[in-house]
Unconditional design. Structure first.
Length: 365
């Protein structure tokens, strides 16, 4: 596959040297062409072309637009006023942020993900329980925090229709409303849109996307959209592990998501109502062969166990015989409040180690 050509033009030789060195190291998929003079740039473009053109404001002229009709043109700007014919990226910012912005502009215009996706094999784990009150979201957040503490690149994706973490996160550059719109808009690359929506939780270190503006937007999304969403996450390949936090319903949309993930972690507590719902879910699955593949991916987490109580032996055989238990998590002050989890650091990793090991084993397969 040929390298795409990126032309960099700026009369500031010191700045140009810094950006070109960074791009050469971090963007090996591009052949870099360096220009400090307008005349040399024009001379090149009259006989050849670049896939992407990144220039200082002084180079952003109408003649340059005429010479590059099929090129993604980006101006490195210090102002806020748009320049016709050019996408704008702020010039003076961290190089990693700048390069990411340049790649996103190119990917959006060319509708290709080849230049922005990484090479890692992203694995996706869902936290799901047919019963509420099992600590599902708490464990999902703890898992995301533990993974980030272990040096992994983690994306936490909350797909509960009524988002239970909205108030503990800051806003990201985009949100699920933007992604849902992309899912419904023909020709839009959902993975590219998603990449521009992600933010980083400053304390815990994992990545996340803010929820929808209105819960009614979930009514407009169908099972095929949800399947496409999970596929888009995998295509992006920016993350070692994606943790999907689902609601307790077992809708067609939920099943579409569960069908696409590698591992399904199912928290359970020793509560009559919770065990009744989980037992009903398991018994229903016996009647429908199509659910069997989902059961094979499920691992039970026995949560909120009283220390030294032997509670885990009380789990009904009808459940434990169908869904193997991968871990038991004792009641802990570290897991008492969701907001505190984000700042718990190494303590969270120790608490979540049994679950983390299970996910890593599945990831290695």
């Amino acid at each position: 596959m040929r390298k795409r050509k990126m032309a960099l033009a700026d009369s500031d030789e010191r700045y140009l040297k810094e950006i070109s060195y960074y791009f050469m190291e971090k963007l090996p998929q591009f052949e870099l062409l360096i220009f400090t003079r307008r005349e040399t740039l024009y001379q090149y473009l009259e006989s050849d072309k670049a896939d992407i053109l990144v220039v200082d404001e002084a180079f952003a002229e109408e003649q340059l637009i005429k010479l590059t009709p099929s090129t993604t043109r980006i101006v490195l700007s210090m102002g806020i006023s748009p320049i016709d014919g050019f996408e704008m990226v702020r010039k003076y910012q961290r190089m990693d942020t700048l390069s990411e912005a340049v790649l996103l502009k190119y990917a959006e215009e060319s509708n290709t993900l080849d230049t922005v996706k990484g090479n890692s094999t992203t694995k996706i784990t869902a936290f799901y329980s047919p019963a509420g009150g099992t600590g599902k979201t708490t464990l999902a957040l703890a898992m995301a925090t533990a993974g980030a503490q272990a040096g992994m690149s983690i994306l936490y994706l909350n797909l509960e229709e009524i988002d239970s973490v909205k108030d503990i996160f800051g806003k990201t550059p985009g949100n699920l409303s933007d992604i849902f719109l992309a899912l419904k808009t023909r020709g839009v690359n959902v993975a590219v849109k998603m990449k521009g929506c992600v933010g980083k939780e400053p304390s815990a270190g994992f990545y996340y996307i803010s929820g929808v503006d209105s819960i009614s937007e979930y009514e407009e999304i169908n099972k095929e959209d949800m399947k496409h969403l999970i596929i888009a996450v995998r295509e992006l390949a920016d993350y070692d592990l994606v943790i999907v936090d689902l609601g307790s319903g077992f809708t067609d949309k939920t099943k579409a998501i569960l069908n696409e993930v590698e591992t399904i972690l199912v928290p359970a507590v020793l509560d009559e109502g919770s065990l009744s719902k989980l037992g009903r879910f398991v018994s229903e699955s016996k009647l429908h062969d199509i659910y069997e593949p989902l059961l094979k991916k499920m691992k039970l987490i026995y949560n909120k166990v009283e220390a030294h109580s032997g509670e885990i032996t009380a789990l009904p055989d009808s459940i434990s015989s169908r869904i193997p238990c991968c871990a038991s998590i004792a009641k802990s002050s570290v897991l008492a409040k969701k907001r505190n989890i984000l700042q718990a650091g190494d303590m969270i990793f120790e608490v979540m180690k049994p679950i983390f090991q299970t996910v890593m084993e599945e990831r290695a397969k």
